[in-house]
Design a binder for this molecule. Structure first.
Ligand SMILES: [Zn+2]
Length: 147
């Protein structure tokens, strides 16, 4: 476990504690019963575009970000986002770009490496919930407690 893992785990814990009075909820998702154990071993602050994980794509025009998750190479996923923009398809990123904003694809980065799909989806949902994200940036998996 490193310093970044601890920082990320503490942030997640704070998010849960601020948002929910019954914190025991997280025990459903962790055999070891703590958020720190849930995410500790896999959090990496460095870019790691080839590993599955949760990623962000910032905007040059405003402070909003896009949060997504992928099991594939991030560069490939970013190409798909760019394609959606150039073809005028509807997606959270394409809609943001079509509103006149400059999406900063070159600064897309994996902020949480995670091979386990369920953990990726939880991390994605938490990061979307607690950041100012593009309109229509929806979590792939909606935690019922967020409704
Ligand atoms: Zn923007």
């Amino acid at each position: 476990m490193n310093e970044h893992s601890n920082t990320f785990a503490k942030k997640l814990k704070n998010i849960f504690e601020k948002s929910f009075s019954c914190f025991k909820f997280i025990n459903f998702f962790s055999r070891n019963g703590t958020i720190q154990n849930l995410f500790a071993r896999n959090y990496k602050i460095q870019n790691n575009e080839s590993a599955p994980g949760v990623y962000t794509v910032p905007c040059n025009t405003c402070d909003q970000i896009y949060v997504g998750q992928t099991c594939r190479n991030l560069l490939h996923r970013v190409k798909e986002h760019k394609y959606a923009v150039t073809k005028g398809h509807s997606s959270a990123i394409a809609d943001h770009a079509q509103s006149g904003h400059s999406v900063c694809f070159e600064n897309a980065k994996i902020i949480h490496s995670e091979h386990n799909l369920q953990k990726r989806l939880i991390a994605e949902a938490l990061l979307i919930r607690n950041n100012s994200t593009f309109i229509n940036n929806k979590a792939s998996f909606e935690l019922q407690i967020f409704n």
